[in-house]
Ligand binder design. Structure first.
Ligand SMILES: [Zn+2]
Length: 261
């Protein structure tokens, strides 16, 4: 198979009748011109064969402007829905469950923090300041992510250490990761899990941990790797689908929580 190489990357703008759209143009050794919109990045990517002129590329984009403008519009709409002001009624995820935010103003003698009441996540704060409220929520998510992901990791590592070679040697690191759910570093013997998994169901968190534990025995995603994964997490396809479906809100929530972990 031919190896696809990127020869040049440029940031450009195309002017349609209604709107100007920024895009990233990549010249590669491909046969056809293609474009796609990456929702998570809110960005248009155009991949062009090396010998294509800008005129030809712009004609292609103009011919497809209806579809491109639709993508941009949908993505902007999603962004508005997920913008956070830390006021009553905003939706928040925790362990796959949706909660509505309720702000509870308390006086200085009372304790600030987060508590839950059926479908509500209640933020107790002495100040109305947006950044102040964000920090209270961030602290809560940071603590709960640290606690739950560590517990699940320990539990699964103990359970499967006899089944997955070398897995007992690995330690856990939880940090903010945008593009990935988890990572296995065989050199440092560390498994890294993205903190944002705390927004997802516990079964989904377990799936990511098991996936990374399987990499302790097999580095690549070959047949042997899948036989381990299938044996230890038979519903992995469903788990993966679940995470993919929810990844957009996850990413937006990470952005709203800012510098978490
Ligand atoms: Zn993997």
């Amino acid at each position: 198979m031919r190896k696809i190489i990127t020869y040049k990357t440029e940031e450009r703008i195309i002017n349609f009748d209604e709107k100007s759209i920024k895009y990233t143009l990549l010249f590669k050794n491909v046969r056809n011109l293609t474009c796609r919109f990456k929702n998570y990045e809110n960005k248009l990517y155009v991949i062009a064969p090396i010998n294509y002129s800008y005129r030809k590329i712009e004609k292609f984009l103009t011919d497809h402007q209806r579809a491109i403008l639709n993508w941009v519009e949908k993505s902007e709409q999603k962004k508005i829905e997920l913008t956070r002001d830390f006021v009553d009624g905003e939706k928040y995820l925790l362990l796959g469950q949706e909660y509505l935010l309720k702000i509870n103003k308390v006086d200085k003698k009372q304790e600030e923090g987060i508590c839950f009441d059926s479908n509500y996540i209640i933020l107790k704060t002495t100040k109305e300041d947006k950044e102040y409220k964000r920090k209270i929520l961030e602290k809560y998510y940071k603590n709960i992510a640290q606690r739950i992901i560590s517990e699940e990791f320990q539990k699964l590592k103990n359970k499967y250490s006899g089944k997955i070679p070398y897995s007992s040697e690995y330690s856990l690191n939880i940090r903010k990761m945008k593009a990935k759910w988890g990572l296995n570093n065989s050199r440092t013997k560390t498994i890294t899990i993205g903190f944002h998994l705390i927004f997802s169901k516990i079964e989904d968190i377990d799936y990511v941990i098991i996936h990374e534990l399987c990499h302790c025995a097999v580095r690549n995603h070959g047949k042997l790797f899948y036989s381990y994964q299938e044996m230890l997490c038979p519903d992995y396809k469903e788990r993966k689908q679940d995470l993919n479906k929810n990844i957009h809100p996850f990413i937006c929530q990470i952005e709203m929580l800012g510098s978490l972990i």
